[in-house]
Ligand binder design. Structure first.
Ligand SMILES: [Zn+2]
Length: 452
């Protein structure tokens, strides 16, 4: 049952009618732009987040930590086929500081282990060319897993071509630390041309000159609390990563999520200034290079995590239509009721997903048994198309979608904070293992060193 006295009307009105988050996101996109972890733009974004919290009457605090900050320098990638051409390409994050490679290309399909096994000796010393997908029924592979496989088979490097047409190569992290071989995102069109040439029997050497920088840098999570009046030790947290990739403005990934969490802080500070439990808002650093900010926070607060009643994560959150609660077979009663009450905003009680997933800031909390909540959403227009590519700019963000996500997020957080009894159960270790096993994530987690 929804908590007594919970005034959803006020929260929704505040989110929809007094929303300044679209304009704040515009400022972040235009004045700061791409903000790779450890860059000066990253620091400016942290400052922006702290000032925004202050503007809502909340006292921001920083959690600083050190990272190896990767910074792209030059990349030249030339296909020396029948008629040489320049590949439309972006280095992957944590690619080597320096690489100078000329090698032939092999078509490795999806770049999965069976693909490479089929090619056997032909991988050694060559570029592995593959797409971003996997064979039907297979577990999706992160680009870092594809690079690790290519390296294991002795490849000279990885050419990963984008699933999005329009000359939009994608970047993204390809290894936890400096990769043993270069990882390069190329456009779908260049990938298709290379594949056609190889299929027609041509040999296509690709020459790459790459340079990048890696240096120590300090990054900061930015947090603010609305302290709980009755149970201050119990925390309901909403978080989003603030860092982005550099080719564009990081508008949908993840200025959008950051703007949602900041505006949820405004709505709740104005309308629920004395919550029963503590409301914590977090903008995570360095998500794109390995969830480093949320992992740092989970480590730093390990002894308090048992009192984290729920962690809401917002990463590329589109117009919401349902809940994602990993480890649940069906929506818990509180969420079903919320979805029913908020159906005018597009929420649908039947729209629910309980399958665990990885690779965003909910992950460290989920693995420690903290209940995790996300919104299922739809990025309007072509938002998702420009993921990690030059097109991820402010115009791709839908203002109504942003406002709806703030409204649903704020109502959800308030319901969790005001529930009389603790609203969600912590998952036992056994249940966490079952959850990630059911979702076929054990292999991906093993790559990160996590064992059941
Ligand atoms: Zn993201």
């Amino acid at each position: 049952m929804l908590p007594e006295g919970l005034d959803l009307d006020r929260l929704v009105a505040s989110a929809l009618l007094h929303n300044g988050s679209y304009e704040r996101l515009r400022w972040l996109c235009d004045h700061v732009g791409g903000r790779v972890a450890g860059s000066s733009a990253g620091e400016a974004a942290e400052q922006w987040a702290a000032e925004t919290f202050r503007g809502f009457g909340l006292e921001p605090r920083f959690e600083a930590f050190e990272i190896d900050a990767w910074e792209r320098d030059d990349l030249e990638a030339l296909a020396l086929g029948p008629s040489p051409w320049k590949l439309c390409a972006l280095s992957h994050g944590n690619s080597p500081r320096r690489a100078s490679v000329e090698a032939e290309v092999v078509d490795a399909g999806h770049g999965e282990r069976p693909d490479l096994e089929r090619l056997a000796d032909r991988v050694r010393g060559r570029w592995v060319l593959c797409d971003e997908g996997v064979a039907p029924g297979h577990r999706p592979l992160h680009r870092s897993e594809k690079l690790a496989l290519a390296a294991e088979f002795g490849a000279a490097g990885l050419l990963l071509y984008s699933s999005a047409p329009g000359n939009l190569p994608r970047t993204g992290m390809c290894a936890e630390r400096e990769a043993p071989i270069p990882g390069i995102g190329i456009s779908q069109e260049d990938g298709a041309r290379l594949k056609r040439l190889l299929a027609a029997g041509s040999t296509v050497p690709v020459r790459v000159e790459m340079s990048n920088r890696i240096r120590r840098a300090t990054v900061r999570n930015v947090l603010a609390d609305l302290p709980g009046a009755d149970s201050p030790a119990e925390v309901v947290l909403a978080g989003a990563h603030l860092d982005s990739w550099d080719p564009a403005q990081g508008a949908t990934d993840n200025g959008l999520g950051a703007a949602i969490v900041l505006d949820m802080a405004r709505v709740l500070a104005e309308n629920l200034p004395r919550p029963r439990r503590t409301l914590r808002f977090a903008l995570w650093a360095a998500e794109e290079i390995g969830l480093l900010g949320s992992k740092h926070h989970a480590r730093l607060h390990a002894t308090e995590l048992a009192d984290y009643c729920a962690v809401l994560n917002f990463d590329m959150t589109g117009t919401p239509h349902g809940y994602w609660i990993p480890g649940e077979q069906e929506p818990p009663a509180l969420f079903r009721e919320l979805a029913e009450r908020l159906d005018g905003l597009g929420m649908d009680p039947a729209s629910f997903d309980g399958k665990a997933g990885l690779h965003s800031d909910h992950q460290p909390f989920m693995l420690e048994g903290v209940p995790v909540v996300g919104l299922l959403g739809r990025l309007e227009g072509q938002g998702g198309h420009y993921y990690h590519a030059v097109g991820d700019t402010f115009e791709k963000v839908s203002k109504p979608g942003l406002c709806h996500a703030v409204a649903v997020g704020a109502c959800t957080m308030a319901a969790l904070a005001q529930a009389e009894l603790r609203p969600m159960e912590h998952r036992t270790r056994e249940r966490v293992v079952r959850m990630v096993t059911d979702a076929d994530l054990l292999e991906a987690l093993a790559v990160e060193g996590w064992r059941p």
